[in-house]
Design a protein around this ligand. Sequence first.
Ligand SMILES: C[S@@+](CC[C@H](N)C(=O)[O-])C[C@H]1O[C@@H](n2cnc3c(N)ncnc32)[C@H](O)[C@@H]1O
Length: 287
Amino acid sequence: MEDIRAFMSQREFQLLRDLIYKESGLYFADGKRYFLEIHLRPRLKELGLESFEDYYRYLLNRPPGDKEWMRLFDKITIPETFFFRDPRHFEVLKDEVIPEITARKKYGIKRLSLWSAGCATGEEAYTLAMILLEESQVSLKGWSFKVIGSDISMTALQKAKEGAYSEYSVRYVPDLYMKKYFIEVKGIYYVSNDVRRCVDFLRVNLSSDEEMRRMRYFDVIFCRNVLIYFDKKSKEKVLERLYESLNTGGYLFIGSTETLFGIDTPFKGVRFPGCTAYKKEDRDYAS
Ligand SMILES: C[S@@+](CC[C@H](N)C(=O)[O-])C[C@H]1O[C@@H](n2cnc3c(N)ncnc32)[C@H](O)[C@@H]1O
């Protein structure tokens, strides 16, 4: 068979880009043609297809959740992450947000639910679990908690479940946490069973209404460095769904370089020293 055509035409780019957008909300601007071309070309070869248009047709009528969509998302998502990324967020969580939420829930069930939405290979979800485990000896005595890590990429989630990391991923882990929550074997850093027990990993597409309806009653959501891949319209939809997923009084954290400025969203920005978080307010207090 002839070798795969190396080039993705503008038309093929637009067809694929629009289809991917419809399925996932991920938006590839015009300058990203080359990115899609080099990341999808290996898949054409594996399938024995001759052009990107053939690949578009191959994808066209596949239902959400089809294996080919999974393979595609694995190829075009960027799972860059590490433990204790933007540590200010975790300090604000521990010192400001958790005390506020536990005070609010003190007469109810003493349970906290946190969600790392777009967790990539799991470092953020495990960091949250470590913070909560530390607090369970102090301010969270008598409380139970659960952390959910979710992503669209099955490969990233598989790695998350394994819980084994390179030195690079753990480079910002404070000594105390390193000693208590990791086991190092030949340069691989394994997350301890205590931490693993606190976290469940699930595949969730943030752009799917059906999948998002299952995600409810969270006190805190971390959705950091994920919204950057969406355009304004799909960002607003994802934010609306995340809002629905939170309990009243709950908080959303986004990446430190991201902003909701100019985005139509029901969240109220709350400024803490060194970071802004986004709150789902009581309807009575919301302006
Ligand atoms: C750069 S990583 C961020 C990881 C982590 N939250 C952090 O800040 O370190 C972005 C992740 O978002 C995921 N993602 C992108 N679009 C998504 C979607 N529609 N649904 C769920 N996850 C998505 C990607 O697969 C990727 O793993």
